[in-house]
Design a protein around this ligand. Structure first.
Ligand code: NAP
Ligand code: G4F
Length: 341
């Protein structure tokens, strides 16, 4: 029998790569989709024809229990979230509900459907749970590089909500013996990245300038540093964590850090354009509290999971710029659908 996986956040960047990876591994893959007429669902139906869909919402406990009962998964990947950091200041309560409380609702759905109680712990063959934790939890970092033991100091309502989900996942593991793990993933990108995130905003901006569709690119803080990797590499790590004998949390990143300025230079270079002529610094795009520096120490993942990223920062940025030049040349522009500047 094929193993069965349920993915929340199937319409997002990671959901699509993870579904492709698990299908290739022989899994039966189900995706949780929300809303009455969610336009992103048709994209999933086109891109991921073999994924089955089940309705549910991280805001609705009953719908998650029903989805769990219907799918009867072996593995659950909770990727659903409000994931754009600036939105978490504008809609802090919604972020807490979806990104934070959504984790509680998923864990409860698994606990209830598995008949696990305080006196009756989880059994062998139990449902395995992956939580999409984030390097945003490190926030104002206490040490560099960041490991599984680095303390958290989140700098946004999003980071705070992720820290809640992270500790709750750990708590359900310790309280009920559930196979529940968190991957603390650093920034990962791809041609499927949402247009509001900085790498994609830059690759789309460069493509637009290259094709004569724009003459400037407005950005916020160019000095912030991130550890950027390729999403396709990171979903492999999620799967590896659930195939271990014992549940543990892992930091996933490349161990290399670059500034937004270096990202800009690499992207304009990939298109053969001088970046200074086009980039405009816009104070209004700075955040109320910034995460200045993120850099992973992925040693535990390398030694215990055997995980290594395959795509370098330079390859990733070139891949995104080339993809967006092709996309815009074909008349498509994903930024048209984004409500963020
Ligand atoms: P993404 O592209 O923004 O996708 C977010 C997904 O969450 C979408 O499928 C969205 O579905 C879903 N969602 C939003 N509200 C929901 C709700 N109420 N109920 C159910 N689903 C809901 O995010 P991503 O980049 O793929 O990231 C996947 C996960 O990893 C997220 O939890 C993110 O916070 C976390 N993470 C990402 C990174 C990164 O660098 N990408 C790093 C660390 C952690 P709709 O289409 O219905 O809106
Ligand atoms: O691409 P970003 O919006 O990603 P951010 O805030 O690091 O969050 C992403 O990675 C997290 C993992 O660390 C995930 F948990 C989270 O869900 C998300 O996927 O911004 C990156 C940096 C920031 O320092 C920001 O201030 O880029 C800087 N930046 C400068 N100008 C900009 C812009 N960011 C955006 N989005 N837009 C700009 O114009």
């Amino acid at each position: 029998m094929a193993r069965r996986a349920l993915i929340t956040g199937i319409t997002g960047q990671d959901g699509s790569y993870l579904a492709e990876h698990l299908l290739a591994e022989g899994y039966e893959v189900w995706g949780l989709v929300r809303g009455q007429s969610n336009p992103r669902v048709s994209r999933v139906r086109t891109l991921l024809r073999d994924v089955r869909l089940v309705r549910g919402d991280l805001l609705d406990q009953g719908s998650l229990i029903s989805a769990m009962e219907k799918v009867q998964p072996d593995e659950v990947y909770n990727l659903g979230a409000i994931s754009f950091v600036p939105m978490s200041w504008e809609q802090a309560e919604l972020t807490a509900e979806v990104t934070g409380m959504g984790v509680l609702r998923m864990l409860e759905a698994i606990r209830v459907c598995s008949g696990v109680t305080a006196s009756r712990g989880a059994s062998a063959g139990q449902i395995r749970f992956y939580q999409a934790s984030s390097s945003e939890m490190f926030g104002q970092v206490r040490e560099t590089p960041q490991t599984e033991r680095t303390p958290f100091h989140p700098r946004s309502p999003y980071g705070v909500a992720k820290a809640y989900g992270h500790f709750l996942t750990q708590n359900y593991r310790e309280s009920y013996g559930m196979f529940a793990v968190s991957g603390i993933l650093f920034n990962h990108e791809s041609p499927r990245r949402g247009a509001e995130f900085v790498t994609r905003k830059v690759s789309l901006g460069v493509a637009r300038i290259k094709l004569g569709l724009a003459d400037e690119l407005r950005l916020g803080n160019l000095e912030a540093r991130r550890d950027w990797g390729f999403a396709g590499d990171y979903v492999r790590a999620m799967h590896m964590m659930l195939r271990r004998d014992s549940p543990e949390d892992y930091v996933i990143g490349t161990g290399r850090t670059h500034s937004v300025r270096e990202l800009v230079v690499a992207a304009f270079e990939a298109a053969g354009l001088p970046w200074e002529r086009y980039v405009v610094c816009d104070e209004s795009l700075h955040r109320p509290a910034e995460v200045d520096l993120l850099c992973a120490d992925p040693k535990k993942a390398r030694t215990q999971l055997g995980w290594e990223p395959e795509v370098t920062f330079e390859q990733l940025i070139a891949m995104m710029v080339e993809s967006d030049i092709r996309l815009l040349s074909a008349g498509e522009d994903p930024h048209q659908h984004s409500s963020w500047p």
